[in-house]
Design a protein around this ligand. Structure first.
Ligand code: HAM
Length: 420
C-alpha cells in the first residue's frame, strides 16, 4: 500500500461503485438533453473575482470555503465552488446570448471544490450536474427546470425527496423586506458574528440552524408578505405550471439558500434519509447575476444537483440501479494458439458492440475461470488446441453452468442472439 491517501474531505470513485455515479450523472443529464439543453464545459478554476462578485462577498462559500491560489504570473484564481457564475461567464464571453434566440439553455457536469468541514454528504471535492437557462424571464422556464430535476430523480427510482419552493423577490421588493427584517433582527439577543450578518446579509440569519436563534425568529417578517405584485404573480404562475404536471412541492417561506445571486424563484430538493446534509440539489432564478459580472441584463434560472448526495439518497432508499453488465463475455484461452485466436475474437466482439474481456497474464484454466466469474460476464468462451482443430469453441453460460460447442465461424452471431 502507498503511504499517500486521498486528501481530507475527498474520496475516490472506484469500480464497481463508480458505475453508479456514472449512471446517476447520465440519468440527470438525459431529461436535459431531450429538452434543448446543450453541453458546456468550463475550466476547473476561474478568476477569484468572478465568484466574489457572483456568489457574493459575504457568503460562506466566498469568505470561508474557496480554494484560492496565486499563479506564478500573479493571477488570483479559485477552484470553482459552483457552476453558475462560470457558465454565465463563458456564455457571455462566447456571445451566446447574441448568437441565437433566447434563452440559451446549457447543461454541465463536473467537479466542484469547497473547503467545508467534512462529514457524510459534505465533501471538499464533490460532483454536480447542473442546468442553466440564460436570458429569459418566463415562469414556464422556472417550471421546466423544476420538472426536469423531479423527472431525473424519479427516473432513478427515488421516492422520498421533497421540493421546497420560495420566492426571494426582486430589486423592487427585496430591499423593503430587507430593511424590515433588519429592524426585527436588531431587537434580538444575538452573538456578535450574527449581528454583523444583519448588516451584510440579513436573509442568511433566517437560515441559522441553532435552536436559540430559530426560537427568536418565530415572529420574523416574511418575504412572502412583502412581495411586489410582479413577483407575486410570477410565483403564482410557476406554482400553477408545476402543479399542473403533477409535481408536488412544499412552500418554504424561509428558504434563502447560500448564494447571493438569487431573485424570485428559489427551490431545493431535500431527501429525508440523509441526516443533516439533506439538500440533494438546489437552484433558482438569478436575474441580476449577468450585470453583477459586467454583462447585459439577462434574467436566468438554473439548478445543480449533487451527484454524491444523490448516490447517498439511492443507498438510503435501498434503490439498486439496473446497470448494464460491465463485461458480457470473457475469453479463456488454453495454450498459445488459442490465445491468438481468442484475442482476435474478443476484438471482433467489441467491434460488434459486445462488452468482452480476456484472461490476461497467461493464467491456467482455474485462475482464468475465476477471473471470468469475477468479471460478472454472462458467458465464457473457452478454447484449447483440440477445439481449434475442430473449428469450435466452448461457450459456457456462467449462470446455468451449461456448456455447448459452437463453430468458431458462428460464435459472434450466436452470442449476439443470446444477449438479445
Ligand atoms: P448549491 O446548493 O450550493 O447550489 O449546490 C447544489 C448541490 O450541490 C447541493 O444541493 C448538494 O447536493 C451539492 N453540494 C454542495 N456542496 C457540497 C459538498 N460540500 N459536498 C457534497 N455535495 C455538495 C449551487 O451550487 C448553485 N450553483 C445551483 C444553481 C445553478 N443555481 C442556479 N443555477
Amino acid at each position: 500500500m502507498s503511504t499517500f491517501k486521498a486528501p481530507k474531505g475527498t474520496y475516490d470513485l472506484i469500480p464497481p461503485a463508480s458505475a453508479t455515479y456514472l449512471a446517476v450523472r447520465d440519468a440527470i443529464a438525459t431529461p436535459l438533453r431531450r429538452s434543448g439543453y446543450g453541453y458546456i464545459e468550463t475550466p476547473g478554476f476561474e478568476n477569484v473575482e468572478l465568484f466574489a462578485r457572483g456568489v457574493g462577498e459575504s457568503t460562506d462559500i466566498v469568505t470561508k470555503e474557496m480554494y484560492t491560489l496565486t499563479t506564478k504570473g500573479g493571477d488570483e484564481l479559485a477552484l470553482r465552488p459552483e457552476g453558475t457564475a462560470s457558465v454565465l461567464r463563458a456564455a457571455l464571453e462566447a456571445n451566446l446570448h447574441k448568437a441565437g434566440s433566447l434563452p440559451v439553455k446549457l447543461w454541465y457536469s463536473g467537479s466542484y471544490y469547497r473547503y467545508e468541514r467534512p462529514q457524510k454528504g459534505r465533501y471538499r471535492h464533490f460532483s454536480q450536474v447542473g442546468a442553466e437557462a440564460i436570458g429569459a424571464e418566463d415562469p414556464a422556464l422556472d417550471a421546466e427546470l423544476i420538472i426536469l430535476a423531479h423527472d431525473a430523480y424519479r427516473s432513478l427510482g427515488l421516492r422520498n425527496f421533497r421540493i421546497l419552493l420560495n420566492s426571494l423577490g426582486d430589486a423592487e421588493c427585496r430591499p423593503v423586506y430587507r430593511a424590515a427584517l433588519q429592524d426585527f433582527l436588531r431587537g434580538l439577543d444575538l452573538d456578535e458574528d450574527t449581528r454583523r450578518r444583519i448588516d451584510i446579509n440579513p436573509l442568511r440569519v433566517l437560515d441559522d440552524k441553532r435552536d436559540a436563534v430559530q426560537k427568536q425568529l418565530a415572529g420574523a417578517p416574511l418575504l412572502r408578505d412583502y412581495l411586489c405584485d410582479g413577483c407575486r404573480e410570477y410565483h403564482a404562475r410557476v406554482r400553477e405550471l408545476i402543479t399542473a404536471q403533477g409535481v408536488v412541492f412544499e412552500d418554504d417561506v424561509k428558504l434563502v439558500r447560500g448564494l447571493d445571486y438569487y431573485t424570485r424563484t428559489t427551490f431545493e430538493f431535500v431527501h429525508d434519509g440523509l441526516g443533516s446534509q439533506s439538500a440533494v440539489g438546489g437552484g433558482g432564478r438569478y436575474d441580476g447575476l449577468s450585470e453583477m459580472i459586467g454583462g447585459p441584463a439577462l434574467p436566468s434560472v438554473g439548478w445543480a444537483l449533487g451527484v454524491d448526495r444523490t448516490v447517498l439518497a439511492l443507498e438510503a432508499e435501498g434503490v439498486r440501479l439496473d446497470l448494464p453488465d460491465a463485461t458480457s463475455v470473457f475469453a479463456v484461452p488454453l495454450g498459445e494458439e488459442a490465445r491468438k485466436v481468442l484475442f482476435g475474437l474478443v476484438g471482433e466482439l467489441r467491434k460488434e458492440g459486445v462488452a468482452a474481456d480476456f484472461a490476461y497474464g497467461g493464467k491456467g484454466l482455474k485462475a482464468a475461470m475465476k477471473a471470468a466469474n469475477r468479471s460478472g460476464a454472462r458467458y465464457a468462451i473457452v478454447a484449447g488446441e483440440r477445439d481449434l482443430a475442430e473449428g469450435v469453441v466452448q461457450l459456457k453460460d456462467m449462470e446455468s453452468g451449461e456448456q455447448e460447442s459452437v463453430p468458431l465461424t458462428k460464435i459472434v452471431t450466436t452470442i449476439q442472439s443470446k444477449l438479445g
